[in-house]
Design a binder for this molecule. Structure first.
Ligand code: CA
Length: 234
């Protein structure tokens, strides 16, 4: 994907115009095409129509849907990366606790430069993922198939197969676990391997994503908690 080079679209959903304009300014300066929406419903409509490469989504939004509900809605529609803007630590707790599968979080007040750096990091990851097509692998893990070429997780037997909707990060985590099958991996290893060395979130993040994968894939996924260490995929 060369999206970053050809004015890739980012949708910013934020009702605080000052913040929204500032984020848009920095993203535009970096060559993105930016569309702004000040409530979730309008934002979702723009995302559906414009197919952005990324969504910046505020949690506290007016109207029928708040940012958390909007994030859940985006997850049902596809796997566009989402960076959430949170106003307070307790909002971040809610984001993590609700297992929405946002790809990154920034707590206000944040520097727009930092946000733009996060956006680039996420897009580099998804670009690297699709550039690797020549070496695409299909991991078969019980009744779960992880297809790195199509970036698709499938579940079921030869009779009937379902595509399971997972987020960018859940997918990357699954691939990392699959590539290291049979090995007990610490949360730190998983953070470094999947989120990258520049990530300064905490181990909770790994737990949240693992819980989400377990919920989506059920017992078909043989993902074991290794007490005192982390996780192992068999
Ligand atoms: Ca707000």
């Amino acid at each position: 994907m060369s999206g970053e080079a050809e004015a890739a679209t980012v949708v910013v959903i934020e009702d605080d115009h000052h913040i929204s304009d500032l984020v848009a300014l920095y993203l535009r300066r970096d060559g993105f095409r930016v569309l702004q929406a000040d409530d979730a419903e309008r934002g979702l409509e723009v995302v559906g129509r414009e197919r952005p490469v990324l969504v910046v989504l505020d949690i506290g939004l007016p109207g029928r849907l708040d940012g958390l509900q909007a994030c859940r809605e985006l997850r049902l529609q596809g796997d566009v990366p989402v960076v959430m803007l949170t106003a307070r630590d307790d909002e971040l707790d809610r984001v993590l606790g609700l297992e929405l599968g946002a790809d990154d979080y920034v707590t206000k007040p944040f520097s727009p430069r930092e946000l733009v750096a996060r956006v680039h990091a996420i897009l580099r990851r998804s670009a690297a993922a699709s550039d690797g097509k020549a070496e695409a692998t299909v991991y078969r893990l019980g009744d779960v198939e992880v297809d790195t070429g199509r970036r698709e997780v499938r579940q079921g037997g030869p009779e009937h197969t379902d595509v399971v909707a997972v987020t960018t990060r859940e997918f990357d985590l699954l691939v990392y676990l699959a590539a290291n099958r049979g090995l007990a991996l610490s949360r730190q290893q998983l953070l470094d391997g999947v989120w990258g060395a520049g990530w300064y979130g905490d181990a909770r993040t790994v737990d949240v994503h693992v819980r989400q994968l377990r919920k989506k894939l059920g017992d078909g996924l043989r993902l074991t908690t290794v007490w005192g260490v982390g996780y192992r995929l068999d």
